[in-house]
Ligand binder design. Structure first.
Ligand SMILES: Nc1ncnc2c1ncn2[C@@H]1O[C@H](COP(=O)(O)OP(=O)(O)OP(=O)(O)O)[C@@H](O)[C@H]1O
Ligand SMILES: [Mg+2]
Length: 200
């Protein structure tokens, strides 16, 4: 019993530490770019994607959540707030946030090192995966089949997967495969609009 109480107390301490790290804009070490350090789920309320909407997705049996919209409306901002929120809750414990370009570049380097299958397998299985900016990189046959393998695995295993993209689902279907857009459409889709926040 004493051991269990000690574990619970140390877990609570760790969650308090994580909340402080987010509040002080420290690095959570989960791949969120420094520009978005300290962004919380509550900071997204003013663009119409309320914390409660994300909480609703998370409290169901969360699988795919896709955030679409034009340049600069706050898609990465929302994804960063969500990543910090889940990290502070203890649901994320490893690198989980990648831009699609970074992830593809990383896997391409792994091909050269002969360990791409192992690395892809590990990424497929992370408890929460957040892919920022899907659809910007050149969709070669290799990229298409990799993206489809990743998303199909997470769909079949019902693993929480957040995607941001400038493309519509139909355009993602044309770029990659209709099987990708069909799977994304089965989940939650949030479309942001408004002005480019970088220039207003
Ligand atoms: N709700 C918000 N409150 C304050 N700043 C915000 C908010 N949403 C976005 N921003 C800021 O606006 C800028 C653009 O946001 P962001 O990078 O998330 O846009 P995006 O939709 O991902 O753009 P792109 O399509 O180019 O990737 C960033 O500097 C971001 O920090
Ligand atoms: Mg972005």
């Amino acid at each position: 019993m004493a051991w269990e109480r000690e574990c619970e107390e140390s877990h609570r301490r760790e969650l308090r530490r994580r909340r402080d790290v987010v509040a002080s804009a420290g690095s959570a070490g989960i791949g969120v770019p420094s520009r978005f350090a300290g962004v919380t789920i509550h900071a997204v309320d003013d663009i119409g994607v309320t914390a409660s909407c994300i909480e609703r997705w998370w409290s169901g049996k969360p699988c795919f959540l896709t955030i679409t919209g034009p340049v600069g409306v706050g898609k990465t901002h929302v994804a960063a707030g969500l990543a910090h929120h889940l990290w502070a809750k203890g649901a994320i414990n490893c690198r989980s946030f990648w831009t699609a370009g970074e992830l593809i570049g990383h896997l391409r380097r792994c091909v050269g090192q002969g360990n791409v299958e192992d690395v892809l397998d590990a990424i497929k299985r992370v408890p929460v995966l957040i892919i920022d900016d899907l659809g910007r990189e050149a969709a070669t046959d290799w990229v298409r089949s990799l993206v489809l393998e990743l998303y199909d695995y997470r769909y079949r295993e019902v693993l929480p997967t957040v995607t941001t993209t400038n493309l519509t689902l139909a355009e993602l279907g044309e770029t990659f495969d209709e099987r990708l857009s069909s799977r994304l459409a089965s989940g939650e889709v949030i479309t942001l609009d408004g002005k480019d926040r970088r220039v207003t």
